[in-house]
Structures are given as structure tokens and as C-alpha cells.
Design a protein around this ligand. Structure first.
Ligand code: S3P
Length: 449
């Protein structure tokens, strides 16, 4: 009998995932459902927590990151039913009514939890908060939200003059602001808009390119007065709006679907369907990049569910070609660059990724980490301050590789392993549970185990 393709070894908290080459005769087959969108899950919990009345969330992501958000808001008085993907009920405290927590708020590994929450904390008059996160989050830049919040009058203190968590916040009445963000970041935009909810007047964020717009959509659905100007990449919130609990249906996360789309595209003989994927245009850069690479991908049953576009996505194996990715598309595929780097390693020619310096301040330095791990698998990669050149189209060799505690790195390397010779072991694969707790089960299913 041949060895299984997917095996897992668990040592204390660490999981080492070994993946052998997938059979090129049968490829990867199956119909998959990915977990709920991480960005939408965070926002549904947060808006539910500050709205009046009850919010019902269907399809919530049960990963570690939304669990951090739920725990923080429970500590501030929101009532949240046990988390499950069927239905979670949130009884909100109402605007300006978050309770001062008795302990430090811990955002774990989640940048979205910490940055978005800061906007709400800074604008809660009279309350004192301390916030922190894990090792990775405490190394990630917070000045991108602290500086504009301070321009609104916020009182925030932290390590290195507020650059890094832990941070202390004394909430107060904030002034409205028109903030011209130097980076296209939905976390920055959303933080300022959430702070603007309680300011007296209109708060606008203008960004250099359009980042994901889930906050704008959901704030509107909860009853806030929000205007968007797609021409100038601006979003405005009118302070003083009341939010009312809603039903939120969370679509499947395109950032999680991306692993299977690339897997199907690079393993000969494959055909996969990923059902119920959110295809909000501010998130579909990955589909455009894969189309440029001549991947065989089709969208089926396109529909709208609770204000977000959704589709089923079919992928069939086809030889890939190198592509160039830079400019305005970057924020629309920011979390998919590690898995795109895997597609590039299997695509004929040199793929050039630029304008992606933001990757250096994600859960890990994703440019450096992907370059190093792909090199271990025999790929020639040149690193630039803001991107990578990846010379693709040569056979990948199985190797021992590292996740660096980063969920998207762990999963990207597992997909690369399917198309590499022999076997690859991914050390620290437990990181996948941040955004995709069932990743290994689905991996087993599509290889037929
Ligand atoms: C997110 C925005 C992105 C993304 C992150 C989730 C969000 O970060 O990388 O995984 O939910 O707003 P930036 O907005 O900082 O680029």
C-alpha cells in the first residue's frame, strides 16, 4: 500500500503537516465549502456588539481570530451566544455603552480585531482600556491607526510612542476628521470610520487605492449614514447615527478559497468546485491574477446574499503562465500573495510582484518568508523591498519548510507540496486554525483520503 498523501504529527502545541505529491493521474477532485469570511465575521461581531437589539450571524468563521474579537467584546458587556457556524446571536450594548473591561483586552494574532477595536475604544467617553496581542501582533505597526485617531483627539499611549501594542486608551468624545491615508488599508479605513460613528460631524477616509469595503456595506445595513465615492476612494460616516441589530449572512472566504483555486490549477487532472464564495469586487484580485496566468476558472450561480456578491467557483487544471501584479490590484489580493507565489512557482516564466511592501508587516514578513521557503523547494526567487520575482515552471522539490506561525504561509506551503516531488513537511501548521480550522480535513478530502 502507498503512503498517505496527508499526515499530521502533533507535538505539544505544534502540528507538523507532511504532504506528498498528489497523484497526477486523478488530480484533486471534489466540491468544497470554505469557512466564513474572516473580515465579515469580525465586523458582524463588532457591529452587533455596539448596536441596539439583537444581531443574528449565520456562517461565522470559527477561527481563532474571530474568537479573539468575540472575547474582547464580551469583556465589554456584549452578550454573545456560544460560537458556531449555524447561528450566533449578539445582544449589543448600544452606541457609546461599551463597559470598561476588568482586564487587558487580548486580540491574539488578529490585526483586524486590534485595529478596528481601537477606533471604538478611543471614542467611548470615560472608559479606560488596555489592549495587547500575541508576539506577532505586538511587532506589527499600530501608528497607522494611532496617529489619525490622535488627530481626532484620542488619548492613546503605547510602546515606542504608541507604535506598538500593548496600548492604553482613555476613551473620550472625538472630533471628526478627513484623513488622507498614505496606505490602502481596510483596517485603517475601518478604524477611523468606527471612531467617526461617535464624533460630532462627518468623518472621511480617502485612500490611494480602494481596499475591501465590508465595513461601509455593513455599517449601512446596520443603519449608519455612510457615503462612498469610488472615484476618489473615499468613504464618509456621519457621526451620531444609531446602529440596529441585523441578520448577517457571512459568505465563504475568498482568501480561503484561493488555496483550493491554486491547488486545482497546478495539480494535473484536477477539477474542484468551491461553493458559496464571497466575490465582492474589492476582494477578487486573485481571480484577475489567475485569469492573467491563464488558469481555467469559472464563476457559476452568481448571486447576492445579504448585501454581498457570492458565487460558486470551478477550477480545472491548466498550464499556467507568469504574470505581473502591481498597483491598484494589490489591496484587492493582499492576503492571497503567498498562495499566488505558489502558482507563480509552477507557471512558465518570471512572475513579478510589486507594490506589496505591506506584506512585510502582516502576521509574518510574507515576502521574506515565502522567498525563503520556496527557495528550499528549489524555486529561484529574487526579493525586492516591495515584491518578488519568481522564476517558475521548473519541478518543485519536497523539503522541510516553516510556517513562521503565519496561517496563510502554512496553507500556501501545503498546496505547493501537492505539486512537489516526494514529501514536504510544514512545521507549525497549527497556525492554519487562525482562519481555517478545517483546512487539513478538506485537504484530505480532495486528495481522496
Ligand atoms: C483586513 C484587511 C487587510 C487584510 C487583513 C484583513 C480587514 O489588512 O490583510 O487580513 O478585515 O480589514 P490591511 O487593511 O491592513 O491591508
Amino acid at each position: 500500500m502507498s503512503s498517505p498523501i496527508v499526515t499530521v504529527e502533533t507535538l505539544k502545541q505544534q502540528q507538523n503537516l507532511t504532504v506528498r505529491s498528489a497523484s497526477a493521474d486523478i488530480g484533486l477532485q471534489g466540491t468544497i465549502r470554505v469557512p466564513g469570511d474572516k473580515s465579515i465575521s469580525h465586523r458582524a461581531l463588532m457591529l452587533g456588539a455596539i448596536a441596539t437589539g439583537e444581531t443574528c450571524i449565520r456562517g461565522l468563521l470559527l477561527g481563532e481570530d474571530p474568537r479573539s474579537t468575540a472575547a474582547c467584546f464580551q469583556a465589554m458587556g456584549a452578550e454573545i451566544s456560544p460560537l458556531n457556524s449555524e447561528e450566533v446571536r449578539v445582544r449589543g450594548v448600544g452606541m457609546g455603552q461599551l463597559r470598561e473591561p476588568r482586564d487587558v483586552l487580548n486580540a491574539g494574532n488578529s490585526g483586524t480585531t486590534l485595529r478596528l477595536m481601537l477606533g471604538l475604544l478611543a471614542s467611548q467617553p470615560g472608559c479606560f482600556f488596555t489592549v495587547t496581542g500575541d508576539d506577532s501582533l505586538r511587532s506589527r505597526p499600530m501608528s497607522r491607526v494611532v496617529v489619525p485617531l490622535q488627530q481626532m483627539g484620542a488619548q492613546i499611549w503605547g510602546r515606542e510612542a504608541g507604535k506598538f501594542a500593548p496600548l492604553a486608551v482613555r476613551g473620550r468624545q472625538l472630533q471628526p476628521l478627513h484623513y488622507h491615508s498614505p496606505i490602502a488599508s481596510a483596517q485603517v479605513k475601518s478604524c477611523i470610520l468606527l471612531a467617526g460613528l461617535m464624533a460630532d460631524g462627518e468623518t472621511t477616509v480617502t485612500e490611494p487605492a480602494l481596499s475591501r469595503d465590508h465595513s461601509e456595506r455593513m455599517l449601512k445595513a446596520f443603519g449608519a449614514e455612510v457615503r462612498v465615492d469610488p472615484e476618489t476612494h473615499s468613504a464618509t460616516v456621519v457621526g451620531g447615527s444609531q446602529l440596529h441589530g441585523q441578520t448577517v449572512v457571512v459568505p465563504g472566504d475568498i482568501s480561503s478559497a484561493a488555496f483550493w483555486l491554486v491547488a486545482g490549477a497546478i495539480v494535473p487532472g484536477s477539477e474542484l468546485v468551491v461553493e458559496n464564495v464571497g466575490v465582492n469586487p474589492t476582494r477578487t484580485g486573485i481571480l484577475e491574477a489567475l485569469a492573467q496566468m491563464e488558469a481555467d476558472i469559472t464563476l457559476e450561480h452568481q448571486r447576492e446574499v445579504a448585501g454581498e456578491p457570492v458565487a460558486d467557483i470551478r477550477v480545472r487544471y491548466s498550464p499556467l503562465k507568469a504574470c505581473e501584479i502591481s498597483g491598484e490590484v494589490i489591496p484587492r489580493l493582499i492576503d492571497e500573495i503567498p498562495i499566488l507565489a505558489v502558482a507563480a512557482a509552477l507557471a512558465t516564466g518570471t512572475t513579478k510582484i510589486r507594490d506589496a511592501a505591506e506584506l512585510r508587516v502582516k502576521e509574518s514578513d510574507r515576502l521574506a518568508v515565502m522567498a525563503k521557503q520556496l527557495e528550499k523547494m528549489g524555486v529561484k526567487v529574487t526579493e525586492y523591498p516591495d515584491g518578488l520575482d519568481i522564476e517558475g515552471g521548473f519541478p518543485l522539490q519536497g523539503a522541510d519548510v516553516e510556517s513562521y506561525g503565519d496561517h496563510r504561509i502554512a496553507m500556501s506551503l501545503a498546496i505547493a507540496a501537492l505539486a512537489a516531488s516526494d514529501r514536504t513537511t510544514i512545521f507549525g501548521a497549527e497556525a492554519a486554525s487562525i482562519s481555517y480550522p478545517d483546512f487539513i480535513e478538506t485537504l484530505r478530502a480532495i486528495v481522496g483520503e
